[in-house]
Design a protein around this ligand. Structure first.
Ligand SMILES: NC(=O)c1ccc[n+]([C@@H]2O[C@H](COP(=O)([O-])OP(=O)(O)OC[C@H]3O[C@@H](n4cnc5c(N)ncnc54)[C@H](O)[C@@H]3O)[C@@H](O)[C@H]2O)c1
Ligand SMILES: O=C[C@H](O)CS(=O)(=O)O
Length: 484
C-alpha cells in the first residue's frame, strides 16, 4: 500500500547502514487508524546490528576529523531537506503513529528544530585552559566526541526522539546507530534518506529495524559503543542500564513520567483549562510529559471541572488525516487496555465519569476523551502513567498537601501548575521534584531548554547547550617543560 506522498521515494522499506539501503521487508507496519499494512521493514538481529555499529565505528574518526564548520554545514543541509519535505514526513508519521496531521507537522518542525539548533552548536563546543599548579606547565581541557552512540527510541514521537539524539551526536563528532520502535520505523528511515541527500557521510547516521532485544543487546555491549541513548519506558531503561554496565558505557535515559497538573484557587481558570487540554490530550495523551494527575484546589474545583469538561467535549475523534480531527487512535489495543484498566480501577475505588469512559464508536484503537472526578492516591492512575486520553481530577485543600501529593511518585519528569501569586510560584516551583516545571503553561518542550527528568524518569538532558554534554568527553593535557 502506498501513501499519497509528493516524493514517494521517502517511503523506505529497507534499513540504512553505512550509506546503503539493506535488508528485505518482513515486519509489517500498520496504520493504527485503519489497521491497514502500509509497509514492511527488515527484521534485523544481532549480526546486522553489529555490522551497523562496525560501520559507525569506521566512520567515527573521519567524521570527528572534519572541522566543526564542515559538520555544521552538513547538519544544516539535513535540516533544510527535512523542512523541504515537511508535509510528506508528517503524512508518513501520522500514517504509522496515528496523531492528527497538524500535530505531526508540529512534530516535524520540533524535530527539525533540534537539527537546526545543533548545526549551530557544533561550532560552539569549546575547550578551556585552567590555571596551572606549575610554572613550567599549562593545563588544556579538550572536549572530544564520546564515540559511537547506540540510540533506541519510542513510537510516540517517531521523529523528534531521534533528532533529539542524532543532532547533538553528529554536532559533537559522534556517529550513531538508531533503532526506532517497531511500530513507527518509517519516519526514521525517511530521516535517513534525507540525511543521505544532505551529504551526511556513510556510516555517520544508521537506522536498523528489527528484534529489539537482539539489537539492544548489541547496542549495550559492542566495544565501539560509548553511549547508550534511550528514550522509552522506565522498565526498559533500567534493563538497558544494567546491560550497559558490562562494558561501562555512558547511559542517557529519557524515561516515563507521571506529571501532576495543579490548579490553585488564584489561577486564571480559562488559561488553566487551555493548559490542561494541551498537556493532557496532545498525541491522545501519549506523551511522557502529559498531565497524568490533575489537582484542582477546593475553591475552583467545580468551576474548573465544568470548564474542562466543556473543552474536552469539543475534541473531534477520527483518522488523523481527516480535516478537523484533534484526537486520533491510540497506538494499539494494548494501549486501549491500559486506559480501560486504569478507568475500571478508578471507578471501583470511587471515581465518577463526567465525560467519555468508553471505546469510541469508531472501534479499533479509538477511545473517548474522558474526564473523571473523585480521583484519589489509592488509584492505579495516580501511580502509573496512563498514556491515554484519561483526565482524572483530584480535589485538594492546601499548597503543602498538593506538593506532597505531587511528589509522591518515583517519577520526576514534568510537572505543571497555575497560579498568579509570585510567592506561590517560587515556593511550588522550587518544591516540586521534577526535571521540568511548566508554570501557567501546559506546553513546555523546546529545543532551547534542557529536557529531562529526575528520579526514575531518567538522567539525560536533551536540548539547549546542556544537551551536547552527553556526546563529549573532557580530556586534559598537562603540557610541561615550558621553561626549557
Ligand atoms: N522522557 C522522555 O523524553 C520520553 C519520551 C517519549 C516516551 N517516553 C516513555 O516511553 C514510553 C512509551 O514508549 P514505548 O512504549 O515505545 O516504550 P518502550 O520502552 O516499550 O520502547 C521504547 C523502545 O525500546 C525498545 N525496546 C523495548 N524492549 C527492549 C529491550 N528489551 N531491549 C532493547 N530495546 C527494547 C522498543 O522497541 C522501542 O524502540 C512511556 O513510558 C513514555 O513515558 C519518554
Ligand atoms: O513523549 C515525550 C516527548 O519528549 C514529549 S515532547 O514532544 O518533548 O513534549
Amino acid at each position: 500500500m502506498s501513501l499519497d506522498l509528493i516524493d514517494p521515494t521517502l517511503l523506505k522499506e529497507q534499513c540504512y547502514v553505512d550509506g546503503a539501503w539493506v535488508g528485505t521487508g518482513e515486519s509489517e507496519v500498520t496504520n493504527p487508524a485503519t489497521g491497514a499494512v502500509i509497509a514492511r521493514v527488515p527484521r534485523f538481529g544481532a549480526d546486522e546490528a553489529t555490522a551497523a555499529v562496525d560501520a559507525a565505528a569506521a566512520a567515527f574518526k573521519p567524521w570527528g576529523a572534519r572541522t566543526a564548520k564542515e559538520r555544521s554545514k552538513l547538519i544544516r543541509q539535513w535540516y533544510e531537506r527535512i523542512m523541504a519535505h515537511r508535509d510528506d514526513l508528517a503524512l508518513i508519521l501520522t500514517s504509522e503513529q496515528g496523531k492528527p496531521l497538524a500535530e505531526a507537522k508540529g512534530e516535524i518542525d520540533y524535530a527539525a528544530s533540534y537539527i537546526e539548533f545543533y548545526a549551530e552548536e557544533a561550532k560552539r563546543i569549546a575547550g578551556e585552559t585552567l590555571p596551572s599548579h606549575r610554572a613550567d606547565a599549562r593545563i588544556l581541557v579538550l572536549r572530544q566526541p564520546t564515540g559511537v552512540v547506540g540510540a533506541i527510541t519510542p513510537w510516540n514521537f517517531p521523529a523528534a526522539m531521534i533528532t533529539r539524539k542524532a543532532a547533538p551526536a553528529l554536532a559533537a563528532g559522534c556517529t550513531i546507530v538508531v533503532k526506532p520502535a517497531g511500530e513507527t520505523p518509517l519516519t526514521a528511515l525517511a530521516l535517513a534518506e534525507l540525511a543521505d541527500r544532505a551529504g551526511i557521510p556513510k556510516g555517520v547516521f544508521n537506522v536498523v529495524t528489527g528484534d529489539s532485544k537482539a539489537i539492544g543487546g548489541v547496542l549495550t555491549s559492542h566495544s565501539a559503543i560509548r553511549l547508550v541513548n534511550f528514550t522509552g519506558s522506565t522498565d526498559v531503561g533500567k534493563l538497558l542500564m544494567r546491560q550497559a554496565a558490562g562494558t561501562v558505557k555512558k547511559v542517557a535515559l529519557e524515561l516515563g513520567g507521571n506529571a501532576p497538573f495543579i490548579v490553585f484557587d488564584d489561577a486564571d481558570l480559562d488559561a488553566a483549562v487551555e493548559g490542561a487540554m494541551v498537556s493532557k490530550f496532545r498525541n491522545m495523551g501519549q506523551t511522557c510529559v502529559c498531565a497524568n494527575r490533575i489537582y484542582a484546589q477546593a475553591g475552583i474545583h467545580d468551576a474548573f471541572v465544568e470548564k474542562l469538561t466543556a473543552a474536552v467535549a469539543k475534541l473531534k475523534v477520527g483518522n488523523g488525516v481527516e480535516a478537523g480531527v484533534t484526537q486520533g487512535p491510540l497506538i494499539n489495543d494494548k494501549a486501549i487496555a491500559k486506559v480501560e484498566e486504569h478507568l475500571a480501577d478508578a471507578r471501583a475505588k470511587g471515581a465518577s465519569i463526567v465525560l467519555g469512559g468508553h471505546r469510541h464508536a469508531l472501534g479499533g484503537a479509538y477511545f473517548e476523551p474522558t474526564v473523571l472526578t473523585g480521583a484519589t492516591a489509592a488509584m492505579q492512575l495516580a501511580r502509573e502513567e496512563t498514556f491515554g486520553p484519561l483526565a482524572p481530577v483530584f480535589r485538594f485543600e492546601t499548597e503543602e498537601e498538593v506538593i506532597r501529593a505531587a511528589n509522591d511518585t518515583e517519577f520526576g519528569l514534568a510537572a505543571y501548575f497555575y497560579s498568579r501569586d509570585v510567592g506561590r510560584i517560587f515556593r511550588v516551583g522550587e518544591g516540586l521534584e521534577y526535571g521540568m516545571v511548566g508554570i501557567n503553561s501546559g506546553l513546555i518542550s523546546t529545543e532551547l531548554a534542557p529536557f529531562g527528568g529526575v528520579k526514575e524518569s531518567g538522567n539525560g538532558r536533551e536540548g539547549s547547550h546542556h544537551g551536547i554534554e552527553e556526546f563529549v568527553e573532557k580530556k586534559y593535557l598537562l603540557v610541561a617543560g615550558l621553561d626549557r
